[in-house]
Ligand binder design. Structure first.
Ligand SMILES: *Cc1c(COP(=O)(O)O)cnc(C)c1O
Length: 449
């Protein structure tokens, strides 16, 4: 409804009551004014975009946490740097044509990341779905509207994706929704034999390729064999920035498609992601994406996420791995200094070999001497007034990050801390190690019997 029509519908009295409600909800202080002002047409505050922000976390009773872990989905992954937040806020103010914006973002990102083409998805998981749909289409010559219901039928029979047994993971549903089935292989011989007339794609999980190296076919061989059979390869590198150069390493190595999470180390919106690669496949992926009616229709990337993703790419390219590591190591040192007087405490800073390749603070001590176990430390900090979340492998005998871990080890990550949080973590960690009961709560699990 046009403002003009709306205004004629409302009596001034009604309108004032309505507008005051709206303005109060917006957290704007001056609520009296003309109807025109209230509609945001002439109000100086609206013109300047100066509405006082409402703290909806407080209003909703949702407690902000300190993330001393990493880009975990449930902890809302990362926060956007101020430049990215500002770009998102500005993009929110105007309409554009979504398809035009999506194309322009793809072109811009492909140029910056040295690949043929790019599409912005609503996350790495969505990028994996779009990649699978693109490969299904390339193999079958079908349309986005045929996926998934016609795939694997006599009409479009090609539906097999090859993966390695050591690289099976929780994101495979993102591929299944394109109508495929997975063919698992354990070694090169099985891999060679797995290709047939129904093969549409291979998927490689970079992280497990490094961590389970002895059980994985090396990337170069994986790509070469697939290409000998004319089959495209996708690489899941969702959580593999930093190092920053990974943003072009895998496409340059020959992967046809590579996905990254936008809201992890790149620090864009949590519901943004990148699919990079060969133009032929990216064009097909884009055809399945929003706007459109393919499987990507429910994975909408709004203008705010599109612009946020581009701004985040600009942000990460303005950083250096050394500069970032220096700051994250400094924060590790602030925390280790605070606990160095704890009896038996030993500390080191380590960078894991794959995924989240950032400095991790490893604190090891004897719980029998200190009087609190790492599991209890972690639970108490999480339930403190300002909850602090440590790496969840704290106090775990094993982890899948290629880091040393034991029941006597605390793992603290500092790259997702807001500036200054390192001092809070340092203080609270010292407190819980010296006076455990004064921090949070802890209910040891009853023994099983
Ligand atoms: C996080 C992650 C994803 C999913 O990323 P989103 O951007 O949250 O969709 C996929 N694959 C791997 C390996 C991941 O770590």
């Amino acid at each position: 409804m046009a403002n003009r029509d709306l205004r004629s519908l409302l009596t001034r009295r009604h309108f004032l009551r309505w507008s005051q409600g709206v303005m109060a909800a917006l957290g704007s202080v001056p609520v009296l004014g003309s109807a025109v002002e209230a509609l945001g047409e002439a109000s100086p505050a609206a013109k300047a975009g100066m509405h006082a922000a409402v703290d909806y976390y407080a209003k909703l009773g949702v407690k902000p946490i300190i993330n001393a872990y990493d880009t975990v989905t449930n902890l809302t992954a990362s926060t956007m740097p101020p430049q990215v937040q500002a770009a998102v806020a500005m993009a929110a103010k105007k309409h554009v044509q979504l398809a035009e914006l999506q194309r322009a973002c793809g072109t811009y990102i492909a140029d910056k990341l040295h690949c043929e083409a790019a599409v912005v998805s609503c996350g790495a998981s969505s990028a994996l779905s779009l990649a699978t749909a693109a490969c299904v289409q390339a193999a079958n010559g079908c349309k986005p509207g045929d996926i998934p219901q016609e795939i694997g039928t006599a009409k479009f029979p090609k539906n097999e994706v090859i993966v390695q047994k050591s690289q099976r993971y929780e994101y495979e549903h993102a591929m299944y929704i394109a109508g495929i089935k997975i063919v698992e292989v354990s070694n090169m011989e099985e891999y060679q034999r797995a290709f047939n007339e129904r093969t549409v794609m291979t998927n490689y999980l970079n992280k497990f390729g490094i961590i389970y190296k002895d059980q994985s076919i090396p990337m170069e061989d994986w790509i070469r064999v697939a290409h000998e059979h004319g089959v495209p390869c996708h690489c899941d590198a969702a959580a593999d920035v930093p190092p920053i150069s990974n943003l072009w390493k895998f496409t340059e190595m020959g992967f046809d498609l590579v996905c990254f999470s936008g809201g992890k180390g790149i620090r864009g919106p949590q519901n943004a992601g990148l699919l990079l690669g060969k133009k032929k496949y990216i064009d097909l992926a884009a055809a399945n994406n929003n706007p459109g009616t393919g499987i990507g229709r429910g994975m909408k990337v709004a203008k705010e996420q599109l612009v946020g993703m581009v701004a985040a790419v600009d942000w990460i390219l303005a950083q250096t791995d050394e500069g970032l590591d220096r700051e994250w190591t400094r924060r590790c040192n602030v925390i280790s200094d605070a606990v160095k007087s704890i009896p038996t405490m030993k500390s080191s800073v380590m960078i894991p070999p794959a995924e989240n390749q950032v400095p991790h603070l490893i604190l090891t001590y004897d719980p029998a001497v200190v009087g609190v176990t790492p599991r209890e430390v972690s639970a108490r900090l999480r339930t403190d007034t300002t909850p602090i979340f440590l790496n969840e492998y704290t106090g775990a005998a094993k982890n899948n990050q290629g880091l040393p871990s034991s029941v006597n080890t605390i793992i603290v990550e500092t790259w997702m801390l807001e500036p200054g949080d390192e001092y809070t973590v340092a203080r609270r960690l010292h407190k819980v190690l010296t006076d455990p009961k004064s921090v949070g709560t802890y209910a040891p699990r009853p023994a099983r019997g």
